[in-house]
Design a protein around this ligand. Sequence first.
Ligand code: ADE
Length: 225
Amino acid sequence: MRIDIITVLPELLKSPFKASILKRAIETGLVEVHFHNLRDYTTDNYKSIDDTQFGGGAGMVMMVEPIDKCITALKAERHYDEVIYMTPDGETLKQSIANQLSLQENIIILCGHYKGVDQRVRDHFITREISIGDYVLSGGELGAAVLCDAVIRLIPGVLGNETSALTDSFQDNLLAPPIYTKPRDYKGWKVPELLFGGNFQKIEKWREEQAYLRTKERRPDLLDE
Ligand code: ADE
C-alpha cells in the first residue's frame, strides 16, 4: 500500500511513522508513506497556501491552486483509490472504515488547516471526508496520523500475529474482553480460575460473554449497529 500525505506541516506528522509497528511496516516494505509539503506547490514568493474568505468572515481558507497542483502531479504517476480530506465535518472514523482502507492500493490524505479548504477542492478532488471525532483539532495532521495507524496495522503481514487484529475491540462491533498475564495472584487480586483449566472452548465462550457484557455496559450503541 502507498499513502501520500499532503500537509503544510510535514514535521508534525513524521514522528508517528518512526516508531514501533508503523516503522516496521515501512521498513519491511508493506507500506510506503510519502509526505508532500503544500508550500512546494505554490507559485508566489511568499509560498502562500491560504487567503481570506470571499463574502467575509474570520479565518483563512486554503487555496485550490497549490492543492490542485499537488494532487494532479501525484495522479499523473499512478491511480489513487481514494483522495481523503481530514475534516471535523467528515464521516467519523470507525474500524470498518480502517478495514476498507487497508485493502486499497494507493491513497492520498489531505490535511486541512485554518478554516479549511476552498469548497472546490472538496467538490472536484476529494472522494472521502473523514473526522476522527467530534472535536476540532488545529489541523488535519494528527487526524491523519491516527487514520494511518488504524489502517496500516490492518495490512496483512504488518502485525506479527495475524489473529491479533481480529480480536481487537470493534472488530465485530464488540469491545475486547478482559486480559491477564503473570502473576496469577498479585496482592490477592486473582486471575479468573477458568483461564488456567486448558479448556479452550470454555475460555473462548467466557471471552465472548465478557466482550458482550462489556459492550452492553459501556457502548450499547454498538450492539444496535
Ligand atoms: N481537522 C480538524 N479537526 C479534525 C477532526 N476532528 N478530525 C479530522 N480532521 C480534523
